[in-house]
Design a protein around this ligand. Structure first.
Ligand code: DGL
Length: 264
């Protein structure tokens, strides 16, 4: 099927899922919306996040997507069910895949979850982890300063390292063996996060497991694209195209990416 896979996020975070999609499913066309103008979603109310998520899903549905990935934990936590009910194409989020990856990787069942205020408050990770491993102990930590540093493009800076160090100081319990990056922006800070966590802690991002779910859906519904000629992804942002473009170039190593402005 020629139609693209839609991917949405509050900003550039969903590009971490796009990176894995491009690696594993290179034939699949992708159309992306980052709502950078209204990012971060983490501190916003449930109603606002639901409304914004529906707006992005509606805009992509009008372009004719074959499935949708909500590549934002905050939006997945509060809007996945509503989006699923509203559209006829398959819709997947990133929380159940992230929880699955962490449960597979953990030997002790002690799992730290780093996320936005909205994701942590929703307890969506606690529920998803305990559904898979009832004996697990979850150590949640909201890191509200991480998304702004990624959106500003300064995720490689010394300043970013200091912000990550300060944010992770809130993790008082240290006896976990796995930490979930429960926000799709955080893989851009992964080097800093790894540097400020105990060295034996394994970091899990939901991208790998999410893309496994995408693949299963494409195969089981027989909606894969057969043509092996690659199609360049299209990126829409509600924010500044220049800033978005430079992060796409850096993170996805795409030369002259197709980045367009969208008003929702
Ligand atoms: N990438 C979004 C997530 O996974 C970032 C949230 C935000 O905008 O605060 O939760």
């Amino acid at each position: 099927m020629e139609a693209p896979i839609g991917v949405i996020d509050s900003g550039v975070g969903g590009l971490t899922v796009v990176k894995e999609l491009l690696n594993r499913l290179p034939n699949e066309p992708i159309v992306y919306i980052g709502d950078d103008a209204r990012c971060p979603y983490g501190p916003r109310s449930t109603q606002e996040v639901r409304k914004f998520t529906m707006e992005m899903a509606t805009a992509l549905s009008e372009t004719g997507i074959k499935m949708l990935v909500i590549a934002c934990n905050t939006a997945t936590a509060v809007a996945l069910d509503e989006v699923r009910e509203h559209f006829s194409f398959p819709v997947i989020g990133v929380i159940v895949p992230g929880a699955r990856g962490a449960v597979k990787a953990s030997k002790t069942g002690d799992i730290a979850v780093l996320g936005t205020v909205g994701t942590i408050k929703s307890h969506a990770y606690d529920d998803a982890i305990h559904a898979l491993l009832p004996s697990a102990t979850v150590h949640p930590l909201a890191c509200p300063d991480f998304v702004p540093i990624v959106e500003s493009g300064l995720y490689k800076s010394e300043n970013a390292s200091g912000i990550v160090k300060k944010g992770l100081a809130g993790l008082v319990v240290k006896d976990f063996d796995v930490a979930i990056l429960g926000c799709t922006h955080y893989p851009l800070l992964q080097n800093h996060i790894q540097a400020h966590l105990p060295s034996d802690v394994q970091i899990i991002s939901s991208a790998v497991e999410t893309v496994s779910d995408v693949e299963c859906i494409l195969v089981s519904r027989n909606i894969e694209r057969d043509d092996s000629r690659r199609v360049a992804p299209i990126f829409y942002t509600t924010g500044q195209t220049e800033q978005f473009l430079s992060i796409v170039e850096d993170w996805l190593a795409i030369d002259k990416p197709d980045v367009r402005h969208i008003i929702l």
